[in-house]
Structures are given as structure tokens and as C-alpha cells.
Design a protein. Structure first.
Length: 754
């Protein structure tokens, strides 16, 4: 490398660095930028123990990124070296993951008390090294002190609904390591497949690992193929994954589902059910009624399985599921009913608690602990269990107040099987809307907890359920770039008020993802939209991670062109119309065209209040969603529905003055496989003072079903300022229906007034 070229690279580095922040994710706890630079080239050596995995990992990573193969030496006098320096004596205030990187013109020194800290620091260093085959690289002089806030920084992968190869599972672990996650939650069993070899029970994989077809399309379509599908991991493969993860300082937590989500196991061993079967490995998604029967022989079966599982996985926690367990079979099972009487259990929820506590005693006796989804709180929490709070944060709050450890994973922010962009432009997903910015805004510690109670929040994780994700490429698309946002949240350095800074650093990571061949979502470059109220109607706001001023739009439903309206300010919507918009760069359209139809009525943009707040998973734009002029899609359950779990929708719209009205409409949804049911009744009331309401009409469930979703009530014209619409939640789902015994979801959208 010539001196002239080295000088050129240094100048280029100084220009680039002055224009962009360090592209580090997660953002370190402390960064001090210093004058000068370090030159990485073929003369650079790694000074460390030659047998150190961390040193060998760094050597191979630099070779993959740059083509440079650096020598690992115990001692060196060369002027360019990367030193892995053990802290001695160990500072007791340094955690096992803490590290310091000090880059001077001649040395890069990574100091840590433990190998875990070296590995974490190496990930930071690798983000400073470009992925580019070259002979010389310039790094900024700096000093970083860094350590994470949360002990549990997790990513989950469901391999039961769709099976992923051993190579991809390892690649997934590599992704976690890149962004400093330390826990891999491996979902291995469910109704649709059993994926782990258990030597004492070979039928679990001979039978339970294979299904004779799968759902295609969305659950609502009820369509299936007839292709035999499946696969499983041998115990040797499991050991290989655990060892691979351990080297990268990642703990693998296995999940073996019980007492529900058990049909794949029962297809192989039906004697452990309430009815005796026969059963078929589940073809459809959702929750199936057949579960493990709490007989002594069932517990022996599960304990033998868990013994083999614990021999494979050294993790402190073993995940036993515990979620979505229908009580239908237990209610009709003589054994279960007799057991309840014998044990003094008042209902099937307490029977589930008995089941979980009995399993916990066994796991505790083996020196381990159980963790389960927040349903394990129902009927009484097992004494030493940890809880994963997924149905919101309430379960985590309750568990922490009871001094149980908690991993926060609410669907509102941490379900990466939800849509991340406009559902109209996204691959089919289960529903929900969780863009990057929402993930970045997540705070794992709820405000309801005291400082003492907050200590029980171990951290959080994202869940990747794979009913609608059947390829490695699609897994990558759903986790990237959202996992970058979560990594910074869990590291403890996120700041939602500075999302633009994070977004800038995130975008700088995209070339790295490109060069690694990772399939990631570019939804942040789509035009995003927001509807706000205004004095004369509503305002339609457009934005983009690119320059929003380069957005072009039309208001008559025609496709935008370079000569269309240039976006400068939110668009006033004062009549029913269709807006189309796209992003243009250098005279060419660079984004998909977004299309939004508005249908205005007397309620549009008016003040609306709710008695009950929607569930945080489906709160979207809040109450204003009901009067924003946008009708929700029934095909993709994304961002335009409000969802209420077990609660009524009670909305009052203030028209601002008394006006003649003769029609009220509201959209409701039914998707039983997702536990979404029509309301059992809808009541419409009117008032002129907001206090005294007169009933206008009340619709029964039969009438609602007849119109199939969009309910419109015509009545004799009368004057009113306040219109109250009450959609009464179905309540507990009745036996024989999906979700039996659980709270029904109520989904509502646009309220229209004419």
C-alpha cells in the first residue's frame, strides 16, 4: 500500500466520519472520540492467547470482512496491533459483559474481566471495520466503556410451525451475536410439529414431527395443501447448536409446550390425552382443544422428556409454555374432575396451576427453574417460576409485584410476526402493526412498578412465530431491521426522543446486511402516513426515512408522476377522495405507490372519547381511528382496527353542535381462529347535553351476523350533538369454539354518521 493511497484513505475517513455518527448498534454506554486514527492492514497482529476462541473469532471475522488474515501472537512489538487485555485484578464493579475499547494510532486495546466482555467488545469493533476487500482500513481513535442494562436480551424462533435447517439456526445465532443478544429461545414443540429427538419416546419424531398438510393463505380462508411436511433435530444436532451458541456467549432456552399445544405429541402417544384419540398432527394454525391429561402416567411421560431435554440444554431456565390451554377436555374428563375434587381445586384454572406446579417441582429438583407464558399466573403462580409477559404488560407487572422474575415480550412491541410496514405492501402476516419506531419506543420496565419491583424485570425478547413464515429469507425479513431497535432498547441506551439518530445509524448498517446477504425489510423507506384531526376535517401527513420533500402526490386517485403535487405540508382532507403518493429521486419513482381512500361523514375528525381503552397490541391511532375517514381492511389485520380483549367498545362522538342525523354505521370483524368475535349486541344512543342519552336502536348478534361486518342503522331524522355507540364484547368464548374459555377479542373500526 503506497503512502499516497494511505493518506487518501485517511482524508476520506475524516470526511466520512465528519458527516456520519459512528454506525454502532446498540449505542455504547460511553463514547469519547479522540484525534487521530488507527490503520488496520496486513501488518496488524492480534495479541492474545492463541487458543482463545475470542481471538480466533476476531481473526476469522476480520478475514471475512476485509480479506486480511491477521496473525495471532502472544507478544508483539509491531506498531499496529489489536490487544485482548485481561483485566487483572478484576474490578468487582465490572459485569461479565462489560468491556473497554481504547483505539490509539498504534493499538486497539479491548479490556475485559471475562471472555464474555471480550466477545461483546469484538462485536463493537467489527462494526467499525468496513466489509470491503482492501489492504488498508482506517479506524477512528476513541475510548468506549460499555455494558448492558438488561440480563435477558432475547430473540425467539418458532421451529414447530415451520422447520428450519441446522445451518439456518446457527446463522440465526450469529445474527443475535452481531447485535449483542444473549438468549436464544428455541420453540421446539407445538400442535403442528415436534422437533426434538427424545430417545425414550421415538414416536415423538417418527409420528409427531410430520403433518399431512398445512394451511395456505390466511387462517380465515381455511385452505390447506396436502403436502407431507416436517423435520426434527437429533440430539447430536441439538448439542451442536448449544455448543455453537455457548462459544458466542448465548444461552439457548428450549421450549417444550404443556399442558396445551400438545397435539403433535398426542398423535404419537394418545394415551396421555383425556379422550385416548386418535389424533393427527395439526394442519391448521391456532389453538386445538386436545391437551395433556394430568394423570400420573402423563407426568411420568413429561418428566422423562424433560430429563432428556435438561441433559441437552444447560440453561438455568426451561420453558414449559403454559399458554392458551383450552379447558374443554378437562371439563368433560372424569379423571380431571375427580382430581379437582381430590385436590380441592375450584376450577380448571387451578387444575392448570396444579399441573404447572407439579412440573416445576420436578424441574427444581434437577437444579433448574421453569419459565412460562403469562397464563401460568392463572390459578396461582408456581413458587419459583419466571413469567414471560406476552398478552401485554399486565402479567409481568403482576408477577414482579409477587417477586417473580419476568421477561417482557408484549405483542404490542415484541411480536416480529406482525406487519412492519403498510400491510397492503407487505407479505401475508398474522396481523398487528409493529414498525421499527414502535419497537424502539419500548420500555421493558412498566411505570406501575416501584424501583424495588423493577429489579424483577430480567429484560425482554422478540418472538418470531412462523405460521406465515416458511423460509429462512422470510425470517430474516421479519427480524431485520426491527431486532436492531430491540438490541438498543435492551442494551439500555435507546432514546425514543432521538429516534432520528438511531434511524441514521440503522440505515448505515444496511450495506453490512447487503454484503452479508441478509434479506431485510426496507419498509422504513416506504411512505408512512398519519391522520390527524383539524378544524375543517382531517390532515393527512406523509413521511419517509428519505427526504419527505421528494414525495409527489395526487388527490384524484390518479397515479403520481414527477409533475404531480410536491409534498410540503400535511394534506387537508375536506371531502371524500383518494390520495396516491410516491417517492421520487432524480426524476424516477423510487418507492411503491401508496393509496389511501377517505370517505368523510359528519363524524370524521370529530372529538371521540372511549370508556375502555383498546388493548395495547391493537391500539393504533387510539380513539381517533374510529373517525379518521379510513375503512380498515378485512384481509390483512394491520393498523386500522381497534382491538378490545374482553372489554366493550363504548364510544361517544361529539359533533360540536346539534345536527340532524338519520344514520349511524360501524364496522366490526369476526375471525374466530384469531379469537375475534362479533359483539353480542350494538346499541346506539343520542344526546344534546352529553349526559342524558336516548336509545335509538339496538342490534342483536343475529342481526350483526346477517350483515356480516358493516352495521348500518337508519332511523327517523332527529337533532343530536352527542352520539354514543356501544359494541358489547361477546365475553368468555363458549365451548366448542376457538379460544373456548378465554376472553373474546372485539375488533371495531370506522363509525359513520349521516
Amino acid at each position: 500500500m503506497t503512502y499516497r493511497l494511505t493518506v487518501f484513505l485517511v482524508l476520506l475517513f475524516n470526511i466520512t466520519f465528519s458527516q456520519n455518527p459512528l454506525p454502532l448498534i446498540p449505542q455504547p454506554e460511553s463514547i469519547e472520540i479522540r484525534k487521530g486514527h488507527f490503520v488496520l492492514n496486513k501488518e496488524t497482529v492480534i495479541q492474545a492467547d492463541e487458543n482463545s476462541f475470542e481471538a480466533q473469532y476476531l481473526q476469522q471475522a476480520i478475514k471475512q470482512q476485509t480479506g486480511l488474515l491477521l496473525a495471532i501472537v502472544a507478544k508483539s512489538n509491531v506498531d499496529s496491533k489489536i490487544i485482548l487485555k485481561e483485566m487483572y485484578p478484576i474490578d468487582p464493579y465490572w459485569s461479565k459483559e462489560r468491556y473497554n475499547i481504547n483505539i490509539s494510532p498504534t493499538e486497539v486495546i479491548i479490556t475485559a474481566p471475562f471472555n464474555h466482555g471480550f466477545f461483546t467488545g469484538i462485536q463493537t469493533l467489527l462494526q467499525l471495520v468496513p466489509i470491503d476487500k482492501n489492504e488498508t482500513f482506517v479506524l477512528p481513535c476513541l475510548n468506549i466503556f460499555d455494558q448492558p442494562k438488561y440480563a435477558w436480551r432475547g430473540m425467539h424462533l418458532d421451529c414447530a410451525r415451520h422447520f428450519f435447517s441446522l445451518d439456518f439456526v446457527k446463522k440465526y445465532i450469529d445474527y443475535l451475536a452481531m447485535y449483542k443478544f444473549n438468549t436464544f429461545h428455541w420453540h421446539l414443540t407445538d400442535d403442528q410439529g415436534w422437533r426434538i429427538e427424545i430417545k425414550q419416546y421415538p414416536k415423538l419424531t417418527e409420528v409427531g414431527a410430520w403433518r399431512n398438510g398445512s394451511m395456505i393463505g390466511h387462517y380465515n380462508e381455511q385452505k390447506y395443501d396436502d403436502k407431507r411436511y416436517g423435520g426434527f433435530y437429533t440430539q447430536d444436532q441439538i448439542k451442536e447448536v448449544v455448543a455453537y451458541a455457548k462459544q458466542r456467549h448465548i444461552t439457548v432456552v428450549p421450549e417444550i409446550e404443556m399442558p396445551g399445544h400438545a397435539v403433535a405429541a398426542l398423535a404419537a402417544y394418545p394415551q396421555y390425552s383425556c379422550t385416548g384419540g386418535p389424533f393427527e398432527v395439526g394442519k391448521q394454525w391456532g389453538v386445538l382443544d386436545d391437551v395433556f391429561c394430568p394423570k400420573d402416567e402423563t407426568f411420568t411421560f413429561l418428566e422423562n422428556i424433560l430429563s432428556e431435554v435438561m441433559a441437552l440444554f444447560p440453561s438455568q431456565y426451561i420453558h414449559i409454555g403454559g399458554d392458551e390451554c383450552p379447558k374443554t377436555r378437562w371439563k368433560n374428563c372424569p379423571h380431571c374432575q375427580n382430581l379437582m375434587k381430590e385436590k380441592g381445586l375450584k376450577d380448571e384454572h387451578e387444575l392448570q396451576s396444579y399441573f404447572i406446579q407439579r412440573i416445576e417441582k420436578f424441574v427444581n429438583a434437577k437444579g433448574r427453574k421453569i419459565i412460562g407464558w403469562d397464563e401460568i399466573l392463572e390459578g396461582g403462580l408456581a413458587p419459583n417460576a419466571a413469567v414471560m409477559s406476552w398478552r401485554g404488560t399486565e402479567g409481568g407487572i403482576a408477577a414482579a409485584k409477587q417477586k417473580h422474575f419476568v421477561v417482557m415480550t408484549p405483542g404490542s412491541h415484541c411480536y416480529f410476526d406482525h406487519y412492519q410496514g403498510d400491510p397492503k405492501n407487505e407479505p401475508l402476516a398474522i396481523g398487528g402493526y409493529t414498525p421499527v419506531e414502535k419497537v424502539y419506543a419500548f420500555n421493558p420496565i412498566p411505570n406501575e412498578l416501584s424501583n424495588e419491583e423493577s429489579k424483577y424485570i430480567l429484560g425482554a425478547q422478540a418472538n418470531v412465530w412462523t405460521e406465515y413464515i416458511d423460509t429462512p429469507e422470510q425470517v430474516e425479513y421479519m427480524i431485520f431491521p426491527r431486532m436492531l431497535a430491540l438490541s438498543e432498547v435492551l442494551w439500555g441506551t435507546s432514546n425514543p426522543q432521538k429516534y432520528a439518530d438511531f434511524q441514521n445509524r440503522m440505515i448505515q448498517q444496511f450495506p453490512t446486511l447487503d454484503k452479508k446477504g441478509i434479506n431485510y425489510s426496507k419498509a422504513i423507506f416506504e411512505i408512512t402516513t398519519k391522520v390527524n384531526p383539524s378544524t375543517d376535517g382531517i390532515l393527512f401527513e406523509l413521511n419517509s426515512a428519505n427526504d419527505a420533500k421528494k414525495i409527489k402526490y395526487t388527490t384524484d386517485g390518479t397515479d403520481p408522476t414527477i409533475s404531480s403535487n410536491a409534498y410540503a405540508n400535511p394534506i387537508a382532507i375536506t371531502k371524500s377522495q383518494t390520495i396516491k403518493a410516491a417517492y421520487f429521486e432524480s426524476g424516477k419513482q423510487q418507492s411503491a405507490t401508496i393509496e389511501q381512500a377517505f370517505n368523510l361523514n359528519k363524524a370524521t375528525g370529530k372529538k371521540v372519547t372511549l370508556v375502555n381503552l383498546p388493548h395495547e397490541n391493537y391500539s393504533n391511532g387510539g380513539a381517533f381511528t374510529l373517525v379518521n375517514g379510513i375503512s380498515a381492511s378485512r384481509g390483512k389485520l394491520g393498523k386500522d382496527w381497534l382491538g378490545f380483549s374482553g372489554k366493550d367498545m363504548n364510544a361517544t362522538i361529539d359533533l360540536g353542535k346539534s345536527e340532524p342525523i338519520n344514520k349511524v354505521s360501524i364496522s366490526v370483524l369476526e375471525s374466530q381462529g384469531s379469537w375475534i368475535y362479533y359483539p353480542k349486541e350494538i346499541a346506539i344512543l343520542v344526546s344534546n347535553d352529553g349526559q342524558n342519552f336516548q336509545s335509538i336502536h339496538q342490534l342483536s348478534l343475529a342481526e350483526i351476523k346477517e350483515v356480516k361486518g358493516t352495521v348500518a342503522v337508519n332511523f327517523k331524522s332527529q337533532n343530536a350533538q352527542y352520539i354514543k355507540v356501544i359494541a358489547t364484547n361477546l365475553g368468555k368464548i363458549s365451548e366448542g369454539n376457538p379460544g373456548a374459555g378465554s376472553d373474546a377479542w372485539l375488533f371495531v373500526d370506522e363509525i359513520g354518521i349521516e
